[in-house]
Design a protein around this ligand. Structure first.
Ligand SMILES: [Zn+2]
Length: 176
């Protein structure tokens, strides 16, 4: 009960800046976009350690819990290119046979209703494709650095964020 109340009243004002670790000087909010798997791992470790004592007293743990929750219900800002009615909700990643060449782009997006229109055989001939939700948890499936860079650009585009995403702007996005 207490934890729930706490989450409701949690309104961080400043970005969480890492002092050490893999990304000194970088913020947790920007890392949601650029290295979600890293944050997820940190969060899981802290949850395990904090079990019983709770994450309430853990400053980073609190921030990560909040970010993980917020990352699941952000609203995209561009309409589905198929029906132009609903916002985009899905994206596809194409994996070529050698699994090295992967492509992602705003062209390969749609809403849930138009999902069936994404499976155009002429587009995907010879490729393995997978459909993902526009949620931050989808980013956990992409460990590849080049792929993560592409997804960072795609996410900024669909969420209407500036190309140069500052730490403060990234925080404001999760507070929306
Ligand atoms: Zn649609």
């Amino acid at each position: 009960m207490k934890r729930k109340l706490f989450q409701v009243h949690y309104h961080p004002v400043y970005p969480y800046i890492f002092k050490g670790g893999k990304y000194p000087g970088e913020s947790a909010e920007r890392l949601m976009f650029t290295d979600y798997p890293y944050l997820l791992k940190l969060w899981e470790i802290r949850k395990e350690k904090g079990e019983g004592r709770g994450l309430r007293e853990d400053y980073l743990g609190k921030r990560l819990s909040w970010l993980m929750e917020k990352g699941e219900d952000r609203k995209t800002k561009i309409p589905c290119p198929k029906c132009l009615e609903r916002p985009v909700e899905l994206f596809t990643a194409k994996f070529s046979k050698d699994l090295r060449e992967i492509s992602v782009g705003s062209f390969y997006v749609s809403c849930y209703k138009c999902k069936h229109l994404m499976y155009l055989p002429q587009l995907y001939r010879g490729k393995a494709i997978q459909v993902f939700d526009f949620k931050f948890s989808s980013l956990k499936y992409f460990g590849n650095k080049v792929m993560r860079e592409k997804l960072f650009n795609l996410y900024k585009e669909v969420y209407g964020l500036p190309k140069r995403l500052t730490k403060q702007r990234a925080l404001e996005f999760f507070k929306e």
